[in-house]
Design a protein. Structure first.
Length: 261
């Protein structure tokens, strides 16, 4: 008797890495400077976990970029991307409280191989604050995707940004963590809004809810590794009650298109 209704489920139940479709983790971090207890988050440790799961490419920013040491964190990301091209793909991150330094740091990161930008509502500055304008202008000029941490209050702030910068793809991180209806509405309303799926709560039926609203081409697999267990997040997609075609879009097909991988 063959367990699992499709090849992805069968592979996972055998404990083997996924090979039937390209798996791209669009939201992860490297570095050991976390405020939380974490497992091995060195690039080597991350690669070992990727190989166990079958993750071809991991899109990362440094955990140090969650602190004041953003430039040093970007250096860590640049080093990982340079040493393991194709396995790591990098987001730069900058401090909106220092708007005079934003464009120079973004240009440095772009020149050294980072292909996207990660934003977080640092210093209590909302995403529609004028200090973020240089970030969005740079992303639009260089055709860069932006990964944005989005909990409920941040969704309200980012909506006018989606409208103002229609050529910039925005990946709304932690989609459904608190407000699945708001995340879904933004993805339905704005062509440049995509939903990155990593959440720690993992409410049952969340992926089915988004796919049921016709958003299969707008969903991106991500983990927030090492802050959230990658295998846990992978299983959410593999064992969701959706079609094999939609699973493969979510696991990597959409990321290939949106991120240009």
């Amino acid at each position: 008797m063959q367990l699992g209704k499709d090849i992805l489920e069968q592979t996972a139940l055998r404990g083997e890495p996924i090979t039937a479709c390209r798996v791209i983790d669009t939201h992860a971090h490297i570095g050991s400077q976390s405020p939380f207890p974490i497992y091995d988050s060195s690039p080597e440790g991350m690669l070992a976990a990727m190989d166990r799961m079958g993750v071809r490419t991991m899109c990362v920013s440094s955990i140090l970029t969650l602190t004041a040491s953003m430039e040093r964190g970007n250096d860590d990301t640049i080093a990982a991307v340079a040493k393991w091209p194709g396995r790591f793909w990098g987001y730069s991150i900058v401090d909106p409280a220092r708007p005079e330094a934003l464009e120079a740091e973004l240009a440095r990161c772009l020149a050294t191989g980072l292909g996207g930008i990660k934003i977080h509502s640092y210093r209590n500055l909302p995403y529609n604050h004028e200090n973020y304008t240089p970030v969005y202008r740079f992303a639009a000029a260089h055709h860069l995707p932006v990964l944005a941490h989005t909990e409920e209050v941040e969704l309200d702030a980012i909506e006018p940004v989606l409208d103002a910068w229609p050529t910039v793809p925005f990946l709304l991180a932690h989609a459904g963590c608190l407000s699945p209806e708001k995340h879904a509405r933004l993805a339905e309303t704005y062509a440049n809004a995509y939903l990155e799926l990593c959440v720690s709560q993992c409410p049952r039926g969340l992926l089915e809810y988004f796919v049921g609203r016709g958003l299969a081409t707008k969903l991106l697999y991500g983990t927030d590794t090492p802050l959230i267990m990658g295998e846990h997040q992978l299983g959410r997609v593999i064992f969701a009650d959706i079609s094999l075609e939609d699973k493969c879009l979510i696991l990597g097909g959409n990321a290939q298109r949106v991120l240009g991988l």
